[in-house]
Design a protein around this ligand. Sequence first.
Ligand code: BV8
Length: 252
Amino acid sequence: MTTHTDYQQAADRVRAAQRIAVLTGAGVSKESGIPTFRDALTGLWAQYDPTALATPLAFARDPKLVWDFYEFRRDLMRPAQPNAAHHALAELEQLKPNFHIITQNVDDLHERAGSQSVIRLHGRIGANKCSRNCQGNPTLIDVARLTYEDVPRCPYCDAFVRPDVVWFGENLPADAIDAAFDVSQRADLMLVIGTSGLVTPAADLPARAKRSGAHVIEINPHESAITSIADMWIAAPAGEALPRLLDLLKAD
Ligand code: BV8
């Protein structure tokens, strides 16, 4: 159980920190009604393993199945609004100048809450691109302007259009992962919020921060693969824990 003293200690760490890195995962969007990656699949999708659908091979084998998988998830995400966790992080950025969010999430809730410095490791589910990036990487395509039956095709080269996300087995954008490691190893505090810590290379960032001397605080109602290296674990939902931390900081 996370005590008030724990929150005080965490707030003291945030107050004293000069360079803060925040790593977020699907848990930070859970209270916006977006199911986490692993529990996203319900109904007819329950029979699928998401990590087996979010791959280039799955798309090559059955573009319509994968396209429909993303359309299903985009429908789930459409009504979502930033929650108290997103808003608290945006406010924290105003209080702490050297503050960078590194997100594994493919929704746009951090930006919509007002966060300025967001490093996106895994792309954006709301955007689409030519699967060949025929005009450059990425060749973004506005599918609203296309007429199509099953899977839209690139207006330039006729290749299938795909979501602008990083699939399992694909490299992360070099600029994003380089920036993420740079911010992590410069940090004197890393907040790790709402991630199971199972997907690499994102999951390597907290250990990198710790090796470089950062204090690591995890916010997650459940234990994760990161908990064992965290200096402090706030076992609470992000939408509850972050506003409490912010209130203690603003009480100064
Ligand atoms: C790469 C976009 C080099 C797509 C995502 C074997 C073969 C091939 C590759 C690998 C392999 N073994 C390992 C790998 C590497 C692989 C990987 O890590 N695989 C996993 C499955 C083991 N990684 C990659 O392939 C990466 N690329 O390494 O390139 C390479 C190249 C070729 C070959 C090898 C290596 C690319 C990874 C990017 C995948 N794309 N997203 C899409 O979304 O459709 S990742 C996807 O999963 C999500 O975006 C998300 O980032 C991630 C899930 O992680 P979490 O965010 O942590 O979410 P999760 O549901 O797991 O956990 C939620 C947490 O929240 C829980 O802990 C829960 O307790 C907590 N929570 C719940 N409620 C709350 C809460 N917390 C706070 N508040 C709450 N209210």
